[in-house]
Design a protein around this ligand. Structure first.
Ligand code: ACO
Length: 335
């Protein structure tokens, strides 16, 4: 089918109010320093959910803002695709809780699990739903309460992550008057490699290794990560993904006005931009303020970039992400 099938009609974000800086780790007994974290990752602070803030409540804040900006009411949503690694309950999905909060009675709602690549996976699924004619208007959300699954005693992981949510409304692309470039998703690319799953995972708490005294003693209900290995794969896969998205859109790095990479680590962002031949002044960065918010990172950055006026009509945006699984994904969108 010929693209664009869908376009971004509005975006939003939901961010907890509590800020935790690199200096605050001392107060919870973590031996680290602002210098170590900044040098290795570029992170200076992150937002942490408190006082009843949940994956769903942050998702709802992001969704309401996106709907308002897209001028879409809850009753007009045909589907809600929510990406999260931190569902509020194990059953049912957080997407149906969000549906109830929004009052989106007509929508089909479901979660997807693709870790940090989840928002681009979700947008790709939403585009497919629109292509089939099953839906016209889809809410895509990436929402994460990473603070609930990271090990606050493990300094090699707890300094990296933060909480938040980002959302976008995708609508069926409209007929473009002749002479005008069509706006919407120009290409999408999603991949995974499950043979590398154990490099970044939560070993305990699922059906094969349910919560038990042994799981709790080993703290294996929390995220475990082989940082150096993840770093290498992230650079390689995000570089490959930028190539595939550019090929799919028949564009080169020169045609990209703004690169929005997954915000995990400044060094991974710089390596990805270099590979894509996109200069750093065309790269959106907020990892310093948010840390790694997993699948919320790309839509939060997208929303901030629009708000900052860095995305206007005609802007070509390249999204790219990498996460646990491993999963990786990319997308070119013309606004
Ligand atoms: N503060 C101070 N020292 C620390 C900390 C900390 N927070 N964490 C680890 N260290 C120490 C280690 O104990 C080790 O000390 P040792 O040499 O005495 O044993 C030393 O620092 C080096 O540890 P490494 O893990 O080898 O450090 P590295 O340079 O690889 O940096 C990092 C670690 C930042 C995690 C890096 O590997 C990285 O960025 N990896 C990618 C991780 C990532 O981005 N994951 C997310 C992508 S996928 C997703 O988003 C889900």
């Amino acid at each position: 089918m010929k693209r664009p099938i869908a376009y971004v009609a509005g975006t939003g974000r939901g961010v907890p109010s509590h800020v935790m800086t690199n200096f605050d780790f001392a107060s919870i007994g973590i031996e680290t320093s602002d210098e170590w974290i900044t040098e290795r990752t570029g992170i200076k602070q992150r937002y942490i959910a408190r006082n009843g803030e949940t994956t769903c409540s942050m998702a709802a804040d992001a969704a309401r803002q996106a709907m308002q900006r897209a001028n879409v009411s809850a009753g007009e949503l045909d589907a809600i695709v929510l990406s999260t690694a931190t569902t509020d309950r194990l059953l049912p999905s957080t997407a149906v809780d969000l549906q109830a909060q929004l009052g989106a009675r007509r929508a089909a709602a479901f979660d997807i699990s693709a870790a940090c690549s989840g928002f681009i996976y979700g947008a790709t699924v939403a585009e497919g739903l629109i292509a089939t004619g099953v839906t016209e208007t889809v809410l895509v959300v990436g929402a994460e309460k990473m603070s609930s699954i990271i090990d606050w005693q493990d300094r090699s992981t707890c300094v990296l992550f933060g909480d938040g949510a980002g959302a976008a409304i995708l609508k069926r692309a409209r007929h473009t008057p002749s002479g005008q470039l069509p706006k919407g998703i120009l290409s999408a690319y999603i991949r995974s490699d499950g043979t590398l799953a154990d490099l970044l995972y939560r070993p305990g708490g699922g059906s094969t290794n349910p919560l038990s005294d042994a799981v709790l003693a080993e703290r294996s209900q929390f995220v475990k990560m082989a940082g150096r290995e993840v770093f290498k794969h992230a650079v390689r896969s995000m570089s490959e993904a930028t190539d595939r998205a550019l090929d799919g859109a028949k564009l080169t790095g020169d045609d990209i006005d703004l690169l929005i990479p997954h915000q995990a680590n400044m060094r991974i962002i710089e390596a990805t931009a270099k590979h894509a031949n996109v200069s750093m002044d065309k790269v959106f960065v907020n990892v310093d303020r948010y840390g790694n918010t997993s699948s919320a990172s790309v839509p939060i950055a997208l929303d901030e970039a629009i708000e900052a006026g860095r995305i206007k009509e005609g802007t070509n945006v390249l999204l790219v992400a990498f996460g646990a699984g491993f999963t990786w994904a990319s997308m070119v969108i013309r606004f």
